[in-house]
Design a protein around this ligand. Structure first.
Ligand code: FAD
Ligand code: DHB
Length: 389
């Protein structure tokens, strides 16, 4: 097989890049390790920045998002037994976020791809990358047949555990990493959310987040030790722990019931530099991870894709490699700002094993300052709604 751009991974990064390239008439094939059903079964992000929504609109994949996505103009921070609202719209020049699940984004992109006729190979086994320096190709097995896919470029959109980054010589990459000693236990339930807007709660027992997917579907998270397993938590234990960490009046309003999913996500900050090596370009979680507190991971994948698509279009339409040469520097400038924001949100809201009473007081003082200073609320809001691409 031969194509212009071989895309590894059919997560949001790979599917969005495929949609943009397809629309511009640039040939591409997506090679995905799992089945489509498995990709859709992973419950992850829920908050989309305006830039991400605009990209989805530009490829005609926002009909359902525009109909069903929930526009959020503010968030609540919970501490000291009360809620403190931050008006995002007011503090971020009229910009807002949209609550719409990653599963739904992925489904919309998959449906559009099936209709477009561009090829996606699911359940590709033993995917390997070759000739990254000059003449790249991807090898894999599909339905027990060995396939070689030659291409001009490879886009590594295969997430943190993917093969793309691991195909680079160790000396070619510089890695920056921080692993947090806790994770998030998430619960999804077909029950009305406790609040119209998201609540990020700091409590001496640990962080909690009240989110949603629709007016009838709640998504909640509680900070747990990194060694915890979702199977060890009954729904009742989860609801009890969540309510303990919320202001009393809010806790009293939580509608509880059976969950439809529970899972634990580890928290990590990670950046691999550079994001380009020869003809291979890394995008999204393949190159960087943020802790989920700032809701930035999927949105960063989208901004990487925007930069890479721009560069590839320039290459094919204008015969210029300038954009490709600038890709890593351009993408990393935005990545590091999101790394900083996500680290900061994590550090003011979570319980750290070594923080002590001094650390607790600093967190409370930071939150008090944050919710009473126009300047601090503006800094939070402009990052939360997303820095410009
Ligand atoms: P992925 O979604 O990981 O997709 C990579 C794809 O590559 C997968 O389909 C995988 O099967 C495939 N693959 C892997 N290895 C191979 C291989 N060897 N060969 C072929 N294919 C391969 N982000 C936000 O912006 N907002 C949020 O609110 C938010 N909340 C989150 C909450 C949780 C609990 C978690 C865990 C994450 C959250 N994120 C959030 C982060 C977001 O989900 C990720 O950043 C996003 O999925 C990254 O997309 P991606 O396409 O780069 O990678
Ligand atoms: C969700 C996840 C996040 O990481 C976040 O900051 C906000 C919402 C969610 O899954 O709904």
């Amino acid at each position: 097989m031969r194509t212009q751009v071989a895309i590894i991974g059919a997560g949001p990064a790979g599917l969005l890049l495929g949609a943009l390239l397809g629309k511009a008439g640039i040939g591409n094939v997506i090679v995905e390790r799992s089945s489509a059903a498995h990709v859709l079964s992973r419950i992850r992000a829920g908050v989309l920045e305006q830039g991400t929504v605009d990209l989805l609109r530009s490829v005609g994949c926002a009909t359902r998002l525009d109909a069903e996505g929930l526009i959020h103009e503010g968030i609540d921070l919970a501490f000291d037994d009360s809620l403190h609202r931050v008006d995002l719209k007011q503090h971020a020049g009229g910009r807002v976020v949209t609550v719409y699940g990653q599963t739904e984004v992925t489904r919309d992109l998959m449906d559009a791809r099936s209709a477009s006729g561009h090829s996606t190979i699911y359940e590709a086994a033993d995917v390997t990358l070759h000739g990254i320096d000059a003449s790249p190709y991807v090898a894999f097995r599909s339905d027990r047949v060995d396939v070689r896919l030659d291409c001009d470029f490879i886009a590594g959109c295969d997430g943190f555990h993917g093969v793309s980054r691991q195909s680079l010589p160790a000396a070619a990459l510089r890695v920056f990493e921080r692993v947090y000693p806790f994770g998030w236990l998430g619960l999804m339930a077909d029950l009305p959310p406790v609040n119209d807007e998201l609540i990020y709660a700091r409590h001496s027992r640990g962080f909690a987040l009240c989110s949603m997917r629709s007016p009838a579907r709640s998504r909640y998270y509680v900070q747990v030790d990194a060694s915890e397993h979702a199977e060890d938590w009954s729904d009742d234990q989860f609801w009890d722990e969540l309510r303990r960490r919320l202001p009393e009046a809010t806790a009293a309003r939580v509608t509880t019931g059976p969950s439809i999913e529970k899972s634990v996500a580890a928290l990590r900050s990670f950046v691999a530099e550079p994001m380009r090596f020869g003809q291979l370009f890394l995008c999204g979680d393949a190159a960087h991870i943020v802790p989920p507190t700032g809701a930035k991971g999927l949105n960063l994948a989208a901004s990487d894709v925007h930069y890479l698509f721009d560069a590839l279009r320039e290459f094919y339409e204008e015969k210029s490699a300038a954009g490709l040469d600038a890709y890593s520097t351009r993408a990393l400038a935005r990545v590091w700002k999101a790394e900083r924001f996500s680290w900061w949100m994590t550090s003011i809201l979570h319980r750290f094993p070594d923080q002590g009473e001094f650390g607790e007081r600093l967190q409370l003082s930071e939150l008090d300052y944050l919710t009473h200073s126009e300047a601090a609320m503006s800094a939070l809001a402009e990052n939360y709604v997303g820095l410009p691409f």
